[in-house]
Design a protein around this ligand. Sequence first.
Ligand code: HEC
Length: 150
Amino acid sequence: MSAGKIIGIGSAIVIVLLLFYVMSQGGSSTSSKATSTQERQATEVSQKAPAKSAEEKKLDELKSQARELSQKETSVLYASKCSACHGKGGEGREIGTMMTPSIQGKSEEYILGKLEDYRENRVENTFMTGLLNNSTDEELRALAKEISSF
Ligand code: HEC
């Protein structure tokens, strides 16, 4: 065997080995890439899903708490006579095309003045006229005090 042949066979073997090496490296790296992106997507999905539902749960919890609070805190008088139009917390409501005013954050004196105006029919053409005609001073004062806390 000539030295040239030995070198030729030797280098052929080296090239084949190199090819195998490159192929095995290339193959495994792409497959590991694929699994890692899949894994990442999977973890992203699994991280997103419970985070969102936990947020939603908290929101629902807060909403029901707020509802309970507003239901507990309003008097029977307010609940029966006023909340249908002004909302449970005095926030104002849309009734058909009309929007009732918010009566939140007003002072007791301001509210009492308004209610007395309505009772004495001092305000023309309002939804509130007639509503309080039979109300006593105590009732108006209790309502004003209650609403001023909204
Ligand atoms: C039929 C719907 C309706 C009901 C029931 C109602 N309101 Fe009103 N309220 C209104 C509307 C509409 C206004 C805006 C002025 C108007 O048109 O009378 C108003 C105005 C007011 C205002 C004045 C707000 C401002 O800043 O000028 C107060 C205070 C008030 N209401 C309190 C009450 C209270 C207390 C009750 C329960 C006794 C009550 N309302 C029941 C519809 C209603």
